[in-house]
Design a protein around this ligand. Structure first.
Ligand code: HEC
Ligand code: HEC
Length: 390
């Protein structure tokens, strides 16, 4: 809970510091979000049946926006929606939510130049009913706990003593590339095949992951019902579930899939970031790590945590942009081992507001041959067929 809070707080700080306008949706005089009217992608009201407040947002941003709301209030879709009939307005909560959306856009328009500084989460903090009354001190104050909080609260506010002789972001990124084995070594890797186990809660499922230049990646999670697939072919991405047609990725999902598929992420990082800032040192598990915040052109920022000692990337936080605010994904990398002359994390944990999983790899083969056909998107399976073909 505490970590979640910290991430979201950081998001809000970033938005005001970086001056980023998220989601192309800026508030106009009507109080709702608007986008530029040049042809562009399909709008929400063209794809959905009963859109009153979110007119003008790209249709593909509607569901990510709903996920943001759901995470902010700590509820399920059914809190506002009648199952199987999302367009219906039968629930009072849905009607309240419309007013809340208009209120949120108005607050930001009137006070923050339309930037999404105040979001549903700012007030709701994972509750459907926000708490407006400060809590009393529940136990005797502990000196150490108190101090830790101060550090937390000061985050993003300028430089503390420890940062005075901190390395620059460029130096940290360069050290990371060197720690992996150097750009010459990572450049030689053009494909990678990994086998391991993915763990959700108490379920362990075998997974195979294939990556290949340029920016292709596909993973097969071998569930008892069939394979669940996450794929990116360098341009398009999709998710496949047993017994269902594949679902296309959009917007930020594609951005994230592209990063995961990039075998040269470390050496390309510098070029990807148009502005960087070292924001101090934070504890990540047992490590002290430098936090580098990188702004990208027209995309949400990245937060990169580099182990102070080894220089390796131990955490990456990236964001999906939605009409209501940024949705964080945090990936913690661990168990770096050498494979084919470069270091590779053999374990990583991916966490979102909605859940988390860990992948532990047992075998990594660098430059193993991988057929391009592996990444081809399956045609939508005919009715009744079980799972996408491999
Ligand atoms: C807190 C209330 C709330 C929650 C929770 C919520 N929604 Fe919504 N949803 C709304 C509101 C309000 C609208 C209408 C927006 C408008 O009028 O512009 C909407 C509209 C929709 C629509 C468009 C329906 C149509 O055809 O008009 C879909 C689809 C949708 N939501 C899906 C979801 C999904 C999926 C979830 C769970 C991940 C979810 N919603 C969670 C409040 C909510
Ligand atoms: C500025 C603070 C603030 C923001 C921002 C905000 N809310 Fe609220 N919200 C409240 C308050 C206060 C209540 C009233 C709670 C009560 O009745 O005790 C409320 C109530 C609600 C309720 C009714 C809950 C219930 O149990 O009946 C819904 C639904 C809701 N908000 C959705 C949203 C959504 C969706 C967003 C973002 C688009 C949002 N809120 C943004 C302050 C806020």
């Amino acid at each position: 809970m505490k970590r979640k809070l910290a991430v979201v707080l950081a998001t809000i700080t970033l938005l005001s510091v970086g001056g980023v306008v998220v989601g192309r949706a800026q508030v106009h005089s009507g109080g709702g979000p608007s986008v530029d009217n040049s042809a562009g992608p399909k709008k929400a009201e063209e794809q959905f049946k009963n859109i009153q407040v979110l007119k003008g947002i790209p249709a593909e941003q509607l569901v990510p926006g709903m996920q943001f709301i759901t995470a902010s209030l700590g509820v399920e879709c059914q809190f506002c929606h009648v199952e199987g009939a999302f367009e219906k307005d039968d629930k009072k909560t849905k009607q309240t939510a419309r007013k809340m959306m208009a209120m949120m856009f108005a607050i930001n328009k009137e006070n923050f130049d339309g930037h999404l500084n105040v979001t549903c989460y700012s007030c709701h903090r994972g509750n459907s009913k926000p708490v407006g009354i400060p809590t009393v001190m529940a136990e005797e104050p502990k000196a150490s706990a108190g101090e830790a909080k101060v550090v937390e609260a000061n985050k993003g506010e300028g430089v503390d003593a420890k940062e005075a002789n901190a390395p620059t972001a460029d130096q940290l990124i360069e050290k990371y590339v060197q720690a992996l084995g150097g750009a010459a070594a990572t450049d030689k890797i053009t494909s990678r095949v990994m086998k391991g186990t993915i763990t959700f809660g108490d379920r362990n499922i075998p997974i195979d992951i294939y990556s290949k230049d340029p920016d292709k990646r596909i993973s097969f999670t071998h569930t008892p019902d069939g394979d669940s697939v996450t794929a990116f072919d360098g341009r398009e991405g999709w998710l496949g579930f047993p017994g269902r047609p594949p679902r296309e990725m959009h917007g930020s999902e594609l951005d994230a899939a592209g990063m995961d598929a990039d075998l040269h992420f470390a050496s390309r990082l510098r070029g990807m970031l148009k502005e960087t800032q070292v924001q101090g040192v934070e504890k990540i598990g047992d490590f002290d790590a430098y936090l580098v915040v990188g702004q990208r052109e027209g995309k949400p920022p990245l937060r990169l945590y580099f182990d102070e000692k080894s220089g390796l990337l131990v955490r990456l936080v990236r964001y999906g942009d939605t009409p209501f605010g940024l949705m964080p994904t945090q990936i913690d990398y661990a168990d770096y081992r050498e494979a084919g002359g470069v270091k590779v994390p053999f374990r990583w944990t991916l966490a979102r507001p909605s859940g988390r999983f860990t992948i532990q790899v047992s075998e990594v083969r660098q430059n193993a041959p991988v057929d391009d056909a592996k990444f081809a998107k399956p045609a939508a399976p005919p009715e009744g067929q079980k799972g996408p073909a491999k």
